[in-house]
Ligand binder design. Structure first.
Ligand code: C5P
Length: 221
């Protein structure tokens, strides 16, 4: 099956852009951040030590995470809202640097893409999980722009939070994602980099759709 990867830092718009692209192309969307968030939530609920690679790996291997259009299901429960809280977001960083957790999630991700043409978004999709993807995109925007977008999302949900704290959180997550030893966030050497600063959502979607259709045409000919 065909795979397009979209990696990049927090708040670059990967999820919304990937969702729209998947709709337009008629492909399935894989939100890999939601998988890390689901494991984080399960660990918090069960009181598992967030620093124990072994305990978290065992936990992850026993979970079932499924996606149904806009909902994320953990062992059958809808957790779509709960995985987006500030607490889960902050704790997810220490889950994401555990090798046993990553091994399990990489396996889930590859299995998902075996049966569907897939747009997958995350941090390591082009570098580690799908090195032979049809097309690899690395989507960025300035930290200030990403913080503004995240703040608007929080305000829309009625969450009280300041611009400064959102920006601080984004910078901290970027550092952690780039510095981790396992699967650090970086563009694959053959990725196309897009800086979406100053571009509208529709402009980003249109440009990326053209890039992907072009890659599909080239692979068909
Ligand atoms: O993208 P999102 O903010 O939902 O990611 C949640 C967490 O999962 C972040 O801490 C991020 O670093 C991690 N992550 C990851 N690898 C991925 C996707 C997300 O380490 N492929």
């Amino acid at each position: 099956m065909r795979v397009v990867t979209i990696d990049g830092p927090a708040g670059a718009g990967k999820s919304t852009v990937a969702r729209r692209l998947a709709e337009r192309l008629g492909w399935r969307l894989l939100d890999t951040g939601a998988m890390y968030r689901a494991v984080t939530l399960a660990a918090m609920r069960r009181g598992v030590d967030l620093e124990s690679d072994e305990a978290l790996g065992a936990l992850a291997r026993g979970l079932t995470v499924r996606f149904e259009t806009t909902t994320v299901l953990l062992n059958g429960d809808d957790i779509s809202g709960e995985i987006r809280t500030v607490e889960v977001t902050q704790a997810s960083g220490s889950i994401a640097d555990k090798p046993s957790v990553r091994a399990t999630l990489v396996h889930w991700q590859r299995s998902f893409a075996e049966s569907h043409d897939t747009i997958t978004e995350g941090r390591d999709q082009g570098t580690i999980v799908f090195p032979d993807a049809l097309c690899k995109i690395y989507l960025t925007a300035s930290p200030q722009e990403r913080a503004r977008r995240r703040l608007a999302e929080f305000v829309g949900k009625g969450v009280k939070i300041t611009f400064e704290s959102v920006l601080h959180d984004i910078n901290a997550r970027d550092c952690r994602d780039q510095a981790r030893e396992i699967a650090p966030m970086r563009p694959a050497t053959d990725a196309i980099e897009y800086d979406s600063t100053g571009l509208s959502f529709d402009e980003v979607v249109e440009r990326l759709e053209a890039t992907i259709r072009d890659a599909c045409n080239r692979s068909n000919s």
